[in-house]
Design a protein around this ligand. Structure first.
Ligand code: NDP
Length: 277
């Protein structure tokens, strides 16, 4: 049976919400990773207390300061992680940190918000993946496992169904164009045009980045996927959200355990279903 057994995992934005729960459930596994790098942009700030309490209980958790939009912060984080890993690679990178700027109506969407959301949700994961690529490559090269898996070497981008051009998920609730554009979906992972929506779906953002990563890093057997976690009860998801953070993360970890090379470049929901364009 497939299992999720990475030696090392790094989660961005892990001081609250889905990121914190990912770290919690990874640490509570019967066979936890040896290293869980729980990164957050302000470990000394008021929103990091839950993570600090958790790290005090589990020796596997190492808190690393990391602002995903700041190149010097990224460089320092890579140095700290490399030191801890002392010669081994990084198996699983979860680009979880993200923001959403609320705008009820597209006519009021601010260009500054559009730029900030793009910078955090797209450029951030791109820079993080580039910076940790040498460690991911090392993990892949040094593994005796055949094919691809999230235990061997993988980049998981936390995306959103809100970016689906076909579904325009929850439009009636919030138009949030800046967020939708940042997460917009590319062609499907098989590279075909079946079920494709607007031709605009050939370009753009986090999901297209995932598809590009899957192509660029297939040679070194790094599995790359975009995952929609569900509409989750977090600060971002709000209290009306459909699923708890606990059930979302349980399902995501179960999903990651079952992914292989056939899934690289895909956009899946927390239950493993391929979503429409
Ligand atoms: P939250 O708003 O609860 O948490 C967001 C996390 O991202 C926080 O830890 C925050 O840190 C961090 N973050 C934001 N910007 C940066 C940055 N520049 N550098 C480092 N960390 C940063 O969101 P969720 O937990 O709900 O969402 C996690 C991911 O899942 C996001 O990518 C989101 O788009 C995606 N998602 C969530 C859905 C939901 O319903 N909740 C639905 C679909 C997708 P800080 O405390 O410092 O602000």
């Amino acid at each position: 049976m497939e299992a999720l057994n990475p030696h090392s995992v790094l989660v961005t934005g892990s001081n609250r919400g889905i990121g914190l729960e990912l770290v919690k459930q990874l640490a509570r596994k019967s066979n936890p990773p040896e290293w869980i790098f729980a990164t957050c942009r302000d470990p000394e700030g008021p929103h990091a207390q839950d993570l600090k309490n958790l790290a005090a209980k589990y020796k596997e958790i190492v808190i690393i300061p990391l602002n995903i939009t700041d190149p010097s912060s990224i460089r320092s984080a890579v140095t700290m992680v490399t030191e801890k890993l002392s010669g081994t690679g990084l198996n699983l990178l979860i680009n979880n940190a993200g923001i959403s700027k609320f705008s009820a109506k597209l006519e009021f969407e601010a260009p500054e918000d559009m730029a900030e959301v793009y910078k955090t949700n797209v450029i951030g994961p791109m820079m993080i993946s580039q910076a940790f690529l040498p460690l991911l490559r090392k993990a892949s090269e040094e593994s005796s496992e055949k094919g691809m898996s999230c235990s061997k070497a993988s980049i998981v981008n936390m995306s959103s169904h809100a970016g689906s051009i076909t579904d325009v998920y929850l439009w009636e609730l919030a138009q949030v164009a800046s967020y939708r554009c940042s997460k917009t979906r590319p062609r499907n992972h098989k590279g075909t045009t079946k079920n494709q929506g607007s031709p605009k779906s050939n370009v753009a953002a986090l999901n297209m980045l995932t598809r590009c990563q899957s192509l660029a890093f297939s040679e070194v057997e790094i599995l790359c996927v975009a995952v929609h976690p569900g509409w989750v009860q977090t600060t971002m998801g709000g209290s009306m959200a459909e699923i708890t953070v606990d059930s979302s993360v349980q399902a995501i970890l179960n999903l990651l355990a079952h992914l292989s090379e056939k899934d690289s470049g895909a956009f899946l929901n927390w239950e493993g279903k391929i979503l429409p364009w």
